[in-house]
Design a protein around this ligand. Sequence first.
Ligand code: KIV
Ligand code: ZN
Length: 510
Amino acid sequence: MKPDKVLIFDTTLRDGEQAPGASMNKDEKLEIAYALERMGVDIIEAGFPISSPGDFESVRQVAKAIKNSTVCGLARAIRKDIDAAYDAVKVAKSGRIHVFLATSKIHLEHKFKKSQDEILAMAVDAVKYAKSKISNVEFSPEDASRSEKQFLYRVLEAVIKAGATTVNIPDTVGYKTPDEYGQLFSDIRNNVPNINKAVISTHCHDDLGMGVANSLAAIKSGARQVECTVNGIGERAGNAAMEEIVMALQTRSDFYGCDTNINTKEIYKISRLVSKMTGFLVPPNKAIVGANAFRHESGIHQDGVLKEKSTYEIMSPESVGVPVGNLFLGKHSGRHAFKVRLKALGVELKDAELDKAFEEFKKLADQKKQVFDEDLMAIVEDEVKVIKSTWELVDFTNVSGMNKAAKVEVTLKSKGKKVSKSSTGDGPVDACYKAIDKITGVKGELLDYAIQSVTEGQDALGEVTVKVKVDGKSVISRAASTDIVVASAKAYLNAINKVIATVSDRAPKS
Ligand code: KIV
Ligand code: ZN
């Protein structure tokens, strides 16, 4: 039997961005939107247009740029929200307005102080109003999973009659168990007479760690749209993780009988991209995209995998685009082999970018015995994208010890001119950042700092992610090196370069 299609509704740019500290700028959101489109996401929820002029503009930009996915804007059940959502998505080839209004007793009594009849009338009015503007309308009864079922059925029937083409059933606070949430979908299908006129959607949060399990239970009970985010980022404990749902549907198609339009080989790349843009590191044990997800440590497992992969592997790393960690290149490899290997990893660079990446690869191959695919990906993602950098790290010396203040000398280059400054600090990283501030004239405040190794072994690349605040704006940046202080310096400098690129009077005078 042909598998049923489950539509993937990605809300990384809306619910995902609501995660504390995950805010992204317009360009970052656009880059993620392109990546989502490339991987085959059906609907991209690009933001909540009424919430700020910046969010409005981001949704509009995404709506303008994206051609193969539907672009959706969120709205409360209020006309001015719906107007803003419509104005933002109307340029899209395919646009959607997503209206939400809470239906649970707790929300009605404490948030709205309104009766069920009043809420029902508001929902119908909002959906009719949205429908007068656009044909593709989704309605979400917020906190649906804790709403009185009879009232929920009434609301769903009425909004479908008013024109909603998708009805979403959020487990807003991540409260339900898979059995209960799956049952709710069966009950809705049995008790809402016109339910066949709309797509039923699931939207789960992960407060009890059941977001993905609940989403899959809903799919098993008839949901045909799933709302999720890359890496599971989102409000509080996050949303259901897209990569986990997609791979569960694919790997267990025998059980679910469903598939998606996602090109799963793009999963790893987009996971890295979202991590880079938000500064949220992916834990090593994270399913599908964590660094350890395809590593076999115990001797028994290694032996089994060498004999027959399926002994301990239920899906292949290649199927989600995880570089397989094979040794392909060394210091004698040429530019052509380098380019071919990157292409095999799904990375195509412009000539200037390739030159820069190759230069970084050569430096790395000199320092590191074995250059793995993961290393190549780190070089490309973390170094090459800052090709337009104003300042470049040329040299760095460091004297530090346990009982004395660190002293560093940093040399940066801009427009062919080298500038060196020294500084002391509380450890070499702090001293280095102070020296960089002196040279660039930009004072950055370090808000967050994290380090992760890219591969295993003592000569592994250390990848540093920093969040830096300059003039009230925060920027996230990442860089990798075999020397963690150099990686720290480059990550910080990348952040400063990003600031300079957006504020022209920060650029050094030639
Ligand atoms: O969790 C939730 O209820 C939501 C709605 C706006 C769909 O994010
Ligand atoms: Zn949500």
